[in-house]
Design a protein around this ligand. Structure first.
Ligand code: TXA
Ligand code: MG
Length: 339
């Protein structure tokens, strides 16, 4: 299959809508990361998404809507907490897990009786949803296990020959995927951290929001998890990533002692030239939003330079930083060194 790469304009958006309506899948830019979109109500379409990504069939997809009216049939009902959260944060980078509606294909939710829904804020994603009238299922547009793509070139690297069309909407704003929150029990629980933080949701709901254990701790084999995505290896470049906790001076000595051929460092701005291994920076140490914006593209850059082993500086896990920390520790396969 030939994969076309097009800038968003009247023609390309129309082409994307036509493809979606005829049961094809298309790559669409969103404000978080690029998504691989297909009609969420059609099982045979959703199967194409799983195929293109090489994604395990038991890991459910998120359904994207353009307006509240589209929730009809997508969810069984809208819980009170979901109403408040949607009101505060939609359109935007928040996915809410709700009871599944009848119109959603079983394949989309991997057989679960719940469904994750979000209303993206990216103008191109919104236009495609509203013009096609299709609520699309869309996982991140990477091959399963790889870092999520935040620009069209990174999508092309993974999806060339697998899908007909990629709409190039420039660099993704957030850079990490949406916050996933479940409102299925009285105390909402965050299943994946993102730009919308626990504190922001607590402020809106006026009650406690919990954080799932699997966000910071490794899931044991056969352990039951609330979100199937948490048990898979994820966000990994080809290189072996080791997350190093400790200040910069200790980091520097540790890397000097352990370096070999193909060793790289993933550091904060201004630290690159202070090491005796090559390094890539992923933002200022005190700016988690900037780190989130860059982390996936920097992990992919490490593959382009053929890094074999990467020692990474550990981000702070506060606020938006938790989203960055979660992606880092998973890209490292929970391989952490504490100095
Ligand atoms: O920002 C995003 O959310 C991007 C863009 C494209 O919208 N999409 C995305 O999708 O990151 P994906 O498939 O890569 O991640 C979806 C995550 C997975 O960890 C999955 O396990 C979880 O959401 N999830 C989806 N439906 C769920 C459900 N019903 N219950 C629990 N977890 C669910
Ligand atoms: Mg993903």
């Amino acid at each position: 299959m030939k994969t076309e790469l097009k800038k968003p304009n009247k023609n390309s958006i129309e082409q994307a809508c036509t493809l979606l309506k005829s049961g094809e899948i298309v790559c669409v830019p969103t404000e978080t990361v690029y998504g691989l979109a297909g009609d969420a109500t059609k099982g045979e379409v959703v199967k194409k998404i799983f195929m293109a990504k090489g994604r395990p069939g038991d890991n459910p997809l998120i359904v994207h809507i353009g307006a509240m009216e589209m929730l009809d049939g997508i969810v069984k009902y809208v819980p009170e907490d979901a109403k408040k959260l949607a009101n505060a944060f939609w359109p935007g980078p928040l996915t809410i897990i709700m009871p599944k509606g009848d119109r959603v294909a079983a394949e989309t939710c991997a057989g679960l009786d719940s469904v994750g829904v979000r209303m993206p804020s990216h103008p191109v994603a919104r236009e495609i949803i509203m013009k096609s009238g299709i609520a699309f299922a869309a996982p991140s547009a990477n091959l399963s296990g790889k870092p999520s793509p935040t620009n069209a070139a990174d999508v092309f690297a993974d999806m060339n020959g697998r899908i007909p069309l990629i709409i190039d909407g420039g660099e993704s704003d957030a850079g990490v995927e949406s916050t996933v929150v479940s409102v299925l029990s009285d105390t909402p629980i965050i299943l994946r951290p993102g730009i919308i933080t626990k504190e922001m949701m607590q402020n809106v709901l006026g009650k406690e929001v919990k954080i799932a254990k699997a966000i910071t701790e490794e899931v044991k084999k056969d352990e039951k998890v609330l979100s199937p995505g948490m048990k898979y290896k994820h966000y990994s470049p080809n290189a072996q990533v080791i997350l190093v906790k400790g200040d910069f001076d200790r980091f520097k000595s540790y890397v000097a002692l352990n370096k070999s051929k193909g060793t790289w460092a993933l550091v904060f701005d201004g630290e690159q030239d202070k090491l005796n291994v090559p390094a890539i920076a992923y933002g200022c140490e005190d700016n988690p939003k900037e780190q989130a914006h860059q982390i996936f593209s920097k992990l992919r850059e490490l593959d382009k330079v053929n890094a074999k082993v990467v020692y990474a500086r550990c981000p702070s896990a506060d606020g938006v930083g938790l989203a960055v920390y979660n992606r880092m520790i998973r890209s490292a396969g929970f391989n952490v060194v504490e100095l």
